[in-house]
Design a protein around this ligand. Structure first.
Ligand SMILES: [Zn+2]
Length: 273
């Protein structure tokens, strides 16, 4: 599979292609012989269910891809199903999953920017870039991306893992937090770790990044080493935290997350340590 972002020329809105159609927070998928796929223009047109607004994403193996919202959750044919994006991971090809995630981010942005935030007029989608323009006051709106840091902190052969107060599942993960205006990513790492766990870190190194469209984040991963301080958790953010060796990890997040990749990095580097 080869995805080409926003290749030009932009096809006509009715063009043949894949339609990543969202009903609120769920994606419409087509099921054929038990396999999930993304519906095509033709398959949705037969039910008159093409999204009213379609945002052009680019081409997947030369086939145009569009994202948009649909207003109905009912289909006369049970080969269509609405599915939460996170549930989709592992059920379709990874590249297609991340394309659906990109589509979800843009479809959400479209849903949330129907009107100008400055003057309240109806906005217009531009067709030469992912942006909207207010026809009354010329205010330009771009898809909102909220950067967040996520950091694996090691202390000798142990990794700091914590259970988040807001997370309903039982897993423990590495620390994470949103970047504040005016802050560098490195400053954010230091602040978040101090606020949430009361410790100082050193040797902060970039690990990798991943879009996280739930609803609009970009997770920027780091590794770091414990420098000083006593572990004291912020009870508003965390329920529990502790240092774990690679062979005694608590339940951890799933493979689609940067958290899993960071924890997996730790395990691979600290096996039998
Ligand atoms: Zn305006």
């Amino acid at each position: 599979m080869a995805f080409e972002l926003r290749a030009t020329p932009v096809p006509e809105p009715e063009a043949s292609g894949y339609r990543f159609a969202f009903y609120e927070d769920t994606l419409l998928v087509e099921i054929n012989n038990g396999n999930l796929s993304i519906p095509t223009t033709e398959s949705l047109q037969q039910y008159d269910k093409l999204p009213e607004v379609s945002i052009y994403l680019g081409r997947l193996d030369a086939i145009p891809c569009f994202a948009g919202g649909i207003k109905t959750s009912s289909f006369p044919d049970d080969k269509y199903k609405l599915i939460g994006l996170r549930q989709l991971f592992g059920q379709i090809d990874d590249e297609l999953f991340w394309l659906a995630a990109r589509a979800y981010h843009l479809a959400n942005w479209d849903r949330n920017t129907q009107f100008c935030g400055r003057c309240g007029s109806k906005t217009e989608l531009k067709d030469n870039e992912h942006s909207k323009l207010c026809p009354s006051c010329n205010f330009a709106m771009y898809p909102k991306i909220s950067p967040a840091i996520i950091v694996a902190i090691t202390k000798e052969n142990k990794l700091l893992l914590a259970k988040n107060a807001l997370n309903k599942s039982n897993f423990y993960s590495v620390l994470a937090g949103f970047v504040e205006p005016g802050e560098t990513l490195e400053e954010c790492v230091a602040r978040e770790v101090m606020e949430e766990a009361g410790i100082e870190v050193k040797n902060v190194k970039y690990f990798g990044s991943q879009p996280w469209p739930f609803p609009d984040s970009l997770m920027v991963g780091f590794t770091a080493e414990y420098a000083s301080g006593e572990l004291v958790i912020d009870k508003n953010e965390l329920i529990d935290a502790g240092w774990y060796t690679a062979d005694e990890l608590p339940p951890i997040p799933g493979k689609m997350s940067v958290a899993w990749k960071l924890i997996n990095w730790f395990v691979n580097n600290h096996k039998n340590a």
